[in-house]
Design a binder for this molecule. Structure first.
Ligand code: ADP
Ligand code: MG
Length: 341
């Protein structure tokens, strides 16, 4: 006998969607930081306990959420960032799917404290496992603090699939490093109980942000790259050919300030360094592309780490060329004197 078809309830839909958006603690950190950046934050402080399952807290000094919108923020497909699909052709924000907060809310105990600069008091919203608990007026500075406790407490299958707290924290810290390089104009900090692990100056200098993430020595081994035409800007730093790693862990790419993973960029780097570095070794590269949002599609996967470029071949060739030219002619940052921290 055929099984009956029924519509899933909202709670169930959110938990299924959560599987794609919040795969593990690092995805929560990425989504919350991206929300803070979209809100125009200049300073973002991240605290993590227990590899992210005990606590993830992201505090920003951005625009805040209006009291009357706060309950909407945790509903699926509710967003302030787009109104129509055509808005994606000129997308300037990192978010647009309206899925992160409802997904996170459905698999954790979530609190959002927020205040806009024009309001005298803030609001705190509490949601547990997707169920609304309370909304109360509180005193807080302008901006938003999102606290995620007990991530995956109600999805044991997902919880079991996580690695050790140390491993999960390592991935979070790697992601925060990448996010902070994407936006050297924003001051990031990452804290673990009693320990500040990362602190970027937020003064707009990419090389200073690289030094904050990887150390001054690593930063001094980098060469600046840059290129610009009417529709494409390539900038960033690449390591001198004598400084390579055995994995791709040092490759960081941004497109219009969005951290992405990209086979195309991996290949462009391989081509750019061709014959200059041994086979199966990888340089350290922090490469930022700026191009019109209509030249690529970010709506490929809910995690938004993958993007599809329209002019793949030309773009890849251009990046490889720019890297190669700068490797052959460029001057490394050896003598750069970093601002005292
Ligand atoms: P999206 O980012 O795709 O819009 P989210 O579920 O991540 O969806 O967030 C929903 C909405 O909540 C956002 O569109 C934004 O208006 C608001 N929001 C979330 N986080 C913040 C924040 N840190 N500061 C201000 N507004 C926020
Ligand atoms: Mg978002």
């Amino acid at each position: 006998m055929a099984a009956r078809i029924k519509l899933l309830d909202e709670h169930c839909i959110n938990q299924i969607a959560a599987g794609e958006v919040v795969e593990r603690p690092l995805s929560v950190v990425k989504e919350l930081v991206e929300n803070a950046l979209d809100a125009g934050a200049r300073k973002i402080d991240i605290s993590v306990e227990g590899g992210g399952t005990a606590l993830i807290r992201v505090k920003d000094d951005g625009a805040g959420i209006l009291a009357e919108d706060l309950r909407l923020a945790v509903l699926p497909h509710a967003t302030s960032k787009i109104s129509a699909i055509t808005d994606l052709d000129d997308l300037r924000t990192l978010g647009f799917r309206g899925e992160a907060l409802p997904s996170i809310a459905s698999v954790s105990k979530l609190s959002i404290m927020t205040r806009t600069p024009d309001d005298v008091a803030g609001q705190e919203l509490k949601v547990e496992g997707g169920t609304f608990l309370s909304m109360t007026e509180i005193g807080c500075p302008p901006g938003t603090v999102v606290t995620v406790n007990d991530l995956f407490y109600n999805t044991p299958a997902r919880h079991k699939f996580l690695r050790s707290a140390v491993t999960e924290f390592g991935w979070i810290s790697d992601m925060v490093g990448r996010l902070s390089l994407a936006r050297p104009d924003v001051a990031f900090s990452l804290r673990h109980p009693n320990n500040i692990l990362l602190h970027t100056p937020g003064n707009g200098s990419l090389i200073e942000a690289i030094a904050a993430v990887s150390g001054n020595d690593a930063a001094r081994k980098m060469l600046p790259i840059s290129y610009q035409d009417e529709s494409l800007e390539i900038s960033g730093y690449v390591s001198m050919p004598e400084h390579v790693r055995s994995s791709r862990s040092g490759l960081t790419f941004f497109v219009n300030g969005r951290v992405i993973r990209s086979q195309l960029m991996n290949q462009a780097i391989k081509d750019g360094y061709h014959t200059l570095i041994p086979a199966n070794t990888y340089p350290v590269c922090v490469i930022s592309l700026n191009l019109p949002p209509s030249d690529y599609d970010v709506n490929v996967h809910p995690a938004k780490l993958e993007i599809k470029f329209k002019e793949e071949k030309n773009l890849s060739r251009k990046i490889a060329e720019v890297i190669r030219k700068n490797l052959l002619d460029g001057v490394p940052m050896r003598r750069y004197s970093f601002t005292e921290k």
